[in-house]
Design a protein around this ligand. Structure first.
Ligand code: IPE
Ligand code: IPE
Ligand code: MG
Length: 248
């Protein structure tokens, strides 16, 4: 096999100097963080948004090309309406407050999931932010909004089935690359590292297809306490992993 173009592209077998191109994080534990302090859950979400800001900066400095953050799952609609409204309010606030600095720093915002289900003003703010930053190249921040991996795979299957039904492709032509090309993550680098905070050890319907060969790291830290140092510690762990992809 030819050597990778750069160490950054793919870790070698010793993992030396490997920086993951794409890191995804299940930002969990905001509610427990708040509860431990006798605060309302929304205070945990607010602090969680601060953590996201710190981690984005640290990821950019470390040379990570793409950071994907799980902000709202397709199952989070099961929460009380008041909490959903708090989360929408925070999203509205942070897009307003952060958009200019994201843009200035060359960050391209991408959304995975179906945010059209959000309140119209929030959905529009998100669309405007995506459009404004579309040409930025320093780094990509992908935010998962109303995201569920199973729903994403269903949408991809429907899109491919439609192309087959109109005779554009033959069913037998459908391969892994075509499915990847129909997923929400189609223009993101392959997922290298998936981190979940708060001690829960499950994927909660996040990036199920993309995680097939990602390295997984579960930490007990609650998301609002996660910071640049925690990310750097995860990157050190990643570096020590030997990725074999089924080979030797
Ligand atoms: C993660 O924190 C944020 C979202 C799911 C929006 P949680 O709100 O799930 O916090 P815990 O898990 O209840 O502590
Ligand atoms: C996963 O966290 C979703 C996000 C972090 C946005 P949850 O708190 O919703 O996951 P479960 O319910 O513990 O599986
Ligand atoms: Mg949770």
């Amino acid at each position: 096999m030819p050597a990778p173009a750069s160490a950054k592209e793919r870790p070698d077998s010793t993992g030396a100097s490997a920086v993951p191109r794409h890191v995804a994080i299940i930002m969990d534990g905001n509610g427990r963080w708040a509860k431990a302090r006798g605060l309302p859950r929304v205070a945990g979400h607010r602090e969680g948004a601060e953590a996201a800001r710190k981690v984005l900066r640290a990821a950019g400095e470390a040379g990570v090309e793409c950071l994907t953050l799980y902000a709202f799952s397709s199952e989070n609609w099961r929460r009380p309406e008041a909490e959903i409204n708090d989360l929408m309010g925070l999203l509205r606030f942070y897009i307003g407050a952060e958009l200019n600095s994201l843009h200035r720093e060359g960050v391209r915002l991408r959304i995975i999931g179906d945010h059209s289900a959000f309140q119209t003003d929030v959905a529009r703010l998100v669309d405007d932010a995506v459009a404004k930053t579309a040409g930025n190249r320093r780094m990509t921040l992908a935010v998962a909004l109303n995201y569920g991996a199973r729903a994403e795979i269903v949408r991809a299957a429907q899109a491919l089935a439609h192309r087959a039904a109109v005779g554009e492709i033959a069913p037998a032509q459908i391969d892994e690359a075509m499915i990847e090309g129909a997923l929400d993550t189609r223009d993101l680098p392959p997922l290298d590292l998936l981190i979940r905070t708060s001690g829960e050890v499950r994927l909660s319907n996040f990036l199920l297809w993309q995680a097939a060969y990602a390295e997984l790291i579960f930490v007990d830290t609650l998301w609002p306490d996660f910071d640049g140092d925690c990310l750097r510690a995860a990157l050190v762990q990643f570096k020590a992993r030997e990725r074999r992809y089924g080979g030797l």
